[in-house]
Design a protein around this ligand. Structure first.
Ligand code: ADP
Ligand code: MG
Length: 426
């Protein structure tokens, strides 16, 4: 299946204004009244309805007939479109074309995309709500009552959080993809030429890989972090050298989290169990929570406990890291400055993804964690490994949707997009 919104070329200026107006209106309205869309977009007369019709036809908005009034809501297609447009308008564009879908996660879609130089990258679109839509009603009702639990809002939080953690981890030399860009519910990162550990039947030296992974869990914890979903789906094994790269960070927590010990042990046990089952390797040693605490005691006194920072930037780029992503020299893991203990959890808070936002996302994650998983990635049957759904197999890897702007036959409307966009906050 193609990313529906990839063809940015056929949205006219008025349609874009109207689409953006629907997004802005969605902040306060489940269904945005048509009259409000007209007001925000300042598109005149019948042109609003015309634009809405065109957008609805492309599934970028959906018409909702409500008891009280008629209106529209933004669809994930519309949100995808807006995020891709943002990426394609960066200088240089962080995404210039969209290619093959390579993964359907629990609550995400993963695409290979290209930059202007035609180098491949990965686009991850968060799709929170995917599980919950299928889940039991009581939970949905619970979430439905929370005003801020709109799925798109949660998906933005997940993307912001994932990007914030990936950035901090990358900057400190942890083996994670290179974080490149984030907008709305999407992140762009380097493509790792790899297989997920889940798909690997044999490794040359299981003991060595086991030990590397356990060391990583401990290094995360020494830096104040617990991955929280450290398993064979989220560990990629590089084709080149068999080294592990860790992905998927929306559920990371601080070692100060109230359930930190539980999450830590769960990560450790996931690896132990997987190595026993898959490689017949039974680890005789593994890190314990005591190891984490001992290190904390030995460390320097903590600084002020938690700069509460908020107002995460809606759209951020890692300056200067869009180039030579794979080749840039990395600091060594941990990179301790004169014995000062790393507190990456605090760094993330200070970077803009503060505790309040983390809490909000976490409440959602706790709600959905026991819900039935879906997607080929999660099929119990080992035979299902590596299978994509049939539709995807037919997509030619070379087939791309070009995101470059067309030569526009109609003169652009005078429209200050920056001012318009700045009305959109999270
Ligand atoms: P989810 O949160 O839905 O589990 P993940 O971030 O774990 O999503 O990604 C799902 C799958 O997509 C991974 O198991 C992996 O196969 C693939 N993938 C994700 N990121 C990358 C990447 N940077 N490079 C290569 N493959 C990736
Ligand atoms: Mg995953």
């Amino acid at each position: 299946m193609r990313l529906d919104a990839t063809d940015l070329r056929y949205v006219l200026p008025d349609e874009f204004r109207v689409l953006t107006a629907v997004e802005i209106g969605s902040k306060n309205h489940e269904v945005v009244p048509t009259s409000l869309i007209a007001e925000i977009s300042a598109v005149r007369g019948g042109n609003v309805n015309k634009a809405l019709g065109a957008l609805a036809k492309r599934d970028l908005v959906a018409r909702v007939q409500n008891a009280k009034y008629d209106g529209y809501r933004l669809t994930y297609g519309g949100l995808d479109y807006l995020a891709l447009r943002t990426f394609s308008r960066r200088k240089p564009p962080s995404v210039a074309s969209v290619g093959k879908k390579i993964g359907v996660g629990k609550e995400s879609d993963i695409y290979v995309v290209k930059d202007e130089e035609r180098d491949s990258r990965v686009l991850k679109l968060h799709r929170l709500g995917r599980i919950s839509f299928r889940a039991i009603k009581s939970k949905r009702d619970y979430l439905g009552k929370r005003k801020s639990a709109s799925w798109m809002y949660m998906s933005r939080l997940a993307a912001q959080k994932e990007f914030a953690f990936m950035k901090v981890l990358y900057q400190h030399g942890f083996p994670v993809p290179v974080p490149i860009d984030q907008a709305r519910h999407c992140i762009v990162m380097s493509l790792i030429d790899s297989y997920p550990l889940r798909q690997i039947d044999k490794v040359p030296d299981p003991a060595d890989l086991y030990s590397k992974l356990m060391t990583l869990i401990l290094e995360f914890a020494h830096a104040g972090l617990i991955h929280g979903d450290f398993n064979e789906f989220n560990i990629l094994i590089k084709r080149k050298d068999g080294e592990p790269i860790v992905i998927d960070f929306p559920q990371m927590v601080s070692t100060r989290h109230e359930n930190a010990e539980y999450f830590f042990n769960r990560d450790v046990n996931c690896i132990r169990r997987f190595f026993t089952r898959r490689f017949g390797f039974v680890g005789t040693t593994w890190p314990t929570w005591k190891d984490v605490l001992e290190e904390e005691d030995a460390g320097v006194e903590d600084e002020a406990d938690g700069a509460e920072a908020n107002g995460a930037g809606e759209e951020t780029t890692v300056e200067g890291e869009t180039e030579d992503v794979e080749d840039s020299p990395k600091p060594s893991v941990g990179d301790p400055k004169a014995g000062k203990r790393l507190r990456l959890d605090l760094e993330v808070e200070a970077s803009g993804f503060g505790r309040a936002l983390q809490r909000e996302l976490e409440d959602y994650m706790i709600e959905v964690q026991d819900m039935p998983l879906s997607g080929p990635e999660y099929e119990e049957d080992e035979e299902a490994d590596g299978e994509e759904d049939g539709e995807e197999d037919q997509v030619n890897a070379e087939e791309e949707a070009d995101l470059s702007e067309p030569a526009d036959p109609t003169p652009p409307a005078p429209f200050d997009e920056t001012a318009f966009q700045s009305q959109i906050s999270t």
